[in-house]
Design a binder for this molecule. Structure first.
Ligand code: LRH
Length: 486
């Protein structure tokens, strides 16, 4: 048995994490070695403008994390895998070097791009071809915005986790689970969709080669590889989509469970063997994203902690710093609010001034606005959590209908699974037995896929098999001491 350590990198829109897995005999021990905040910022026009991620800050933070891991893992590091939020990408030159900071999917340039593209390609047709929830954040609309802005042709693009892998010495690839979220992959063929590329005026030669989850993409090279721990370290594309990783990290068996991957977004759904892309799921805009083990993440993007985090930022800018634990505790003391929010109102997906946006919705729907000041934060928090729970219940009902599954259990994973108040409201609204999974479930899934890949449990076309991944995930849950009931 190889006794060396492995590293999982998980890129989040709010924070990025580098975790180390070491072996105590056959027992894995996972340590979160480095975590640093992440956020997009508006660039000045002379630097290209737009809401963009700070790529060098991210890379710097990750490499610092890798160095810390190298210092701890005296036994050496066998492998590194990177997952992250989907849809955003880096433009690279012929040598694979980044050409600019990547846009954040919330940048408003895609409002115009969406309109333009839907004139060229019927939304129903794109839906039929891809099986993907049509959302303007998807890579397709962003790439189309680049085409409209007449970005120089011939620039390759890489989704962010795959870019990080390539920067460290990996081949330039598009991992399948992450690629499906671009809205550019044909559902049944598992290939880039020529028809959509052409409608969106995109060059297929600029898209990277598709590979399945659990593919070894190369060896760590460059300055980091000079550290003794990194003498012979392979780079693995796990499920590069963080949500697919998080779902792969749920150690549940059977057919009676649904999931909520709860963070900035809430991904509410279930795992399926076959996509559901008929009239009703399409009309209701459910997604069929690639999942580990040749399965499908059938879910819907529901707004999530974005709502409360954006409120907190607004109050902080006015001088009051709420801490989330205190805010949840204060919200829990309030009576159930009347007049719940439509959490998926497109206006509430935009950054800044969230209390004002929420009130604008209330007024539009004929409800009284709330006092927007920071002292009234618990009322906003209560409204948000009750509204999210109600929305989860509604979406799960529809998922049950479309999938034909009778749910008994609900696994809530991701950072916001620690919000026990919201878990309780969700249990009440859904009537399901709620299990709280690992807060770092993407990291668990990332490691599980890595380990399955390293032991060779994989199919050449669909990647790592579901069964060994689930087995590793179950072992890992213990390593994290999670799985406690919420
Ligand atoms: C969650 C996530 C989600 C995507 C969104 C862009 O982090 O990857 O699955 O829809 O970010």
């Amino acid at each position: 048995k190889d006794v060396r350590a492995s590293i999982a990198v998980d890129l989040g829109a709010e924070s990025c994490r580098v975790s180390l897995l070491r072996w105590e005999g056959t027992r894995p021990v996972i340590t979160l070695v480095h975590r640093f905040p992440n956020a997009p910022r508006e660039l000045p026009e002379e630097q290209g403008g737009g809401l963009r991620w700070d790529l060098s800050m991210i890379v710097h933070g990750l490499e610092h994390g890798l160095r810390l891991c190298a210092g701890l893992a005296t036994e050496g590091v066998r492998s590194i895998a990177v997952d992250g939020w989907a849809v955003d990408y880096v433009r690279v030159d012929a040598d694979g070097a980044a050409l600019a900071d990547p846009f954040c999917y919330r940048d408003e340039r895609t409002i115009k791009a969406e309109r333009s593209l839907h004139r060229k390609a019927r939304p129903e047709r794109m839906r039929e071809l891809t099986g993907i929830q049509l959302m303007r954040i998807n890579t397709l609309y962003q790439l189309h915005a680049d085409a409209l802005a007449e970005l120089p042709e011939g620039q390759q693009w890489l989704n962010l986790p795959e870019y990080i892998l390539s920067r460290w010495g990996g081949a330039r690839v598009a991992e399948f689970t992450n690629a499906t979220h671009t809205q550019l992959v044909e559902l049944h063929k598992r290939q880039w969709c020529r028809e959509i590329f052409s409608a969106a005026q995109l060059d297929m030669a600029c898209a990277p080669k598709l590979v399945p989850p659990g593919t070894e993409v190369g060896r760590l090279s460059g300055p980091l590889a000079e550290l003794p721990a990194f003498a012979d370290t392979v780079l693995v594309a796990p499920a590069c989509h963080d949500t697919a990783s998080a779902i792969a990290g749920i150690p549940a068996q059977g057919n009676d469970w649904a999931y909520i991957s709860s963070g900035t977004w809430s991904l509410v759904g279930t795992l399926l063997e076959q996509p559901r892309n008929g009239h009703a799921p399409s009309a209701e805009n459910f997604t069929n994203l690639g999942a580990v083990g040749d399965r499908v993440c059938f879910h819907k993007n529901v707004n999530g902690m974005w709502l409360i985090k954006q409120c907190m930022e607004q109050w902080a800018s006015e001088g009051t710093d709420w801490n989330i634990v205190d805010l949840v505790a204060a919200a829990e003391k309030l009576p159930r609010p009347h007049d719940l929010l439509d959490v998926d109102d497109p206006e509430l997906l935009l950054p800044e001034r969230m209390p004002q946006r929420i009130n604008a919705q209330r007024v539009k729907r004929g409800h009284d606005p709330l006092d927007e000041s920071a002292s009234n934060a618990p009322a906003f928090a209560s409204l948000i959590f009750y509204s999210l729970a109600a929305r989860y219940a509604k979406v799960l009902d529809r998922i049950s209908l479309h999938s034909g599954k009778q749910f008994k259990r609900l696994f809530i994973v991701g950072g916001a699974s620690q919000n026990l108040f919201l878990n309780r409201l969700t249990a009440e609204a859904t009537g399901l037995e709620v299990f709280r999974g690992a807060p770092e479930s993407s990291t668990v899934g990332n490691f599980a896929v890595q380990l399955a890949a390293l032991e060779g449990s994989r199919d050449a076309i669909t990647g790592v098999y579901a069964e060994p991944v689930a087995r590793w995930a179950a072992l890992m849950e213990g390593a994290l001491e999670a799985g406690a009931k919420g």
